[in-house]
Design a protein around this ligand. Structure first.
Ligand code: GDP
Ligand code: IMO
Ligand code: MG
Length: 443
């Protein structure tokens, strides 16, 4: 018997600061959910990643993919902020701003970024591609956007950052040293093409003012916002298992994608976050290489790929697809201290005879385990153990009331809650902003 209550007209009054992040390998539908909930807040703040992210928003059949600009930008009363944890390609940021302005979305006074963001420049992209080429079959499958090398510079303490753009002489000097260092590696180690110092210098300085004029002290800004009782969404990019520390290393991205990243990536303290919403697909996907125990190779792959349109928003690559993995999900709940889950793409499972949930693994020695192996090398050898549930034939796309879901779909949701011991508070039933069920235990 369905016993959930629906929020009247899906309307919400949010009085909490909330982190919204992916709890799988990215592309969970974060963009859609953040856009949806942004109408209730004052600020939306990105805290990590770069233009490797692709966050899709669909409003009345119009599709917008954001890479650097936070997903709250579609709501005119919302200001968007990019925290120090994000690496910035000046080129990409400016072209994204232009694209939005061409759609009559006002950006002026609505987008700010931290002076501490490291830059992504041409040599990072050259290095990303050279490194992948060098790894051959063992490649990570990066987005090729230079993200890893830019974060490497940051950790190595020689990154060029937004604040370096304020002084052209200092910038020129630092850039020369870095380009020499990169070119040495590109030419002699990677046997690849070098990059041109003068070209990068001139181009970057040409456009630098457009970036410096919107740069601010983000932690100070957020402190004041908090004092004035403003409401904030912290927007994650990628997903929990692409986290540099907690993910399926080395098949990860180079930032802290988990909830903790919202603190270091913006300069807010841990007590300033009231809620952590984990976005999870009704199944799993990942792009690029790395362990994926529930990956599907049978007829269900085609159904999910086609119905879910599982092709990367940034690179267009076909995403690998799999069943929902409860073991990974439970780990994500712990790492991120999730308050509740938002389950997306339920409609993609419509029409399947059965749906599966991975509830344990069998190791190569035949042992049944209920946790992730502690050694990375074992991740490739575990076999999933599934619970098999009846599917549903009915169409769930666009359903906004939980009472209208087919019983089998409802049972599937309920079983995920039981296995993970956490509430599913939002269910996304289609790509459009309005295809959603929000339950009264969301806030
Ligand atoms: P993000 O990176 O987490 O923001 O996700 P992406 O935008 O890369 O990928 C999610 C894809 O699923 C996009 O094409 C969305 O339009 C789409 N999407 C989001 N929620 C739903 C849903 O509930 N149902 C369906 N069918 N598509 C959805
Ligand atoms: P959103 O925010 C899915 C993956 C790449 C690769 C690995 C490292 O849209 O969910 P990188 O270029 O970051 O060094 O690549 O991480 N990856 C993503 N996969 N969604 C993303 O972002 C991703 N960003 C990076 O495919 O496996
Ligand atoms: Mg994406």
């Amino acid at each position: 018997m369905i016993k959930y209550n629906l929020l009247i007209n899906n309307s919400i009054i949010m009085n909490k600061n909330i982190i919204i992040l992916g709890v799988q390998w990215g592309d969970e539908g974060k963009g859609k959910v953040i856009d949806l909930l942004s109408k209730n807040v004052n600020y939306v703040v990105r805290y990590q990643g770069g233009n490797n992210a692709g966050h899709t928003i669909i409003i009345n059949e119009k599709k917008i993919i954001l890479h650097l600009i936070p997903s709250g930008i579609m709501h005119k009363n919302v200001k968007t902020i990019i925290g120090n944890g994000v690496v910035i390609s000046p080129n990409n940021l400016l072209s994204e701003i232009k694209e939005l302005e061409n759609l009559n979305i006002k950006i002026k006074n609505r987008l700010f970024l931290s002076t501490m963001c490291p830059l992504v420049l041409e040599y990072h992209i050259a290095m990303d591609l050279a490194q992948e080429n060098f790894l051959k079959k063992k490649l990570i499958g990066t987005t090729g956007k230079g993200i890893g090398p830019s974060y490497t510079d940051k950790i190595s303490r020689y990154a060029l950052r937004i604040d370096d753009l304020f002084n052209k002489d200092i910038f020129a000097k630092k850039l020369k040293q870095i380009v020499d260092y990169y070119n040495f590696q590109l030419i002699y180690f990677y046997k690849s093409n070098s990059v041109n110092y003068k070209k990068i210098l001139e181009h970057t300085l040409d456009i630098s003012e457009n970036i410096t004029k919107i740069s601010i002290d983000v932690s100070d800004f957020l402190y004041k916002a908090r004092k004035n009782n403003k409401k904030i969404i912290f927007e994650g990019a990628q997903g929990t298992f692409l986290d540099i520390d907690h993910g399926t290393y080395p098949y990860v991205t180079c930032s802290n994608t988990i909830a903790g990243g919202a603190l270091t990536g913006t300069g807010i303290g841990p007590l300033h976050v009231d809620y952590v919403l984990g976005v999870v697909k009704s199944y799993s996907t990942r792009v690029g290489s790395g362990p994926f125990p529930t990956e599907i190779f049978d007829k269900y792959n085609l159904h999910i790929t086609n119905k879910g349109k599982e092709f990367g928003s940034t690179t267009g690559r076909k995403r690998r697809v799999g069943w929902l993995d409860i073991i990974f999900l439970k780990k994500a709940i712990i790492i991120n201290s999730l308050t509740s889950l938002c389950l997306t793409k339920l409609d993609v499972l419509d029409g399947l005879d059965t749906v599966k949930l991975c509830v344990s693994y069998i190791t190569s020695s035949g042992k049944k385990i209920f946790n992730l192996p502690i050694k990375q090398e074992d991740w490739n050898h575990i076999k999933p153990v599934y619970e098999i549930h009846p599917g549903w034939k009915e169409n769930t796309c666009g359903i906004t009331n939980i009472l209208n879901l087919p019983q089998a779909a409802f049972n599937y949701i309920k079983r995920i809650e039981e296995l993970t011991n956490i509430n599913i508070s939002i269910i996304s039933t289609g790509p459009d902003r309005n295809n959603v069920i929000i339950l009264d235990h969301f806030l």
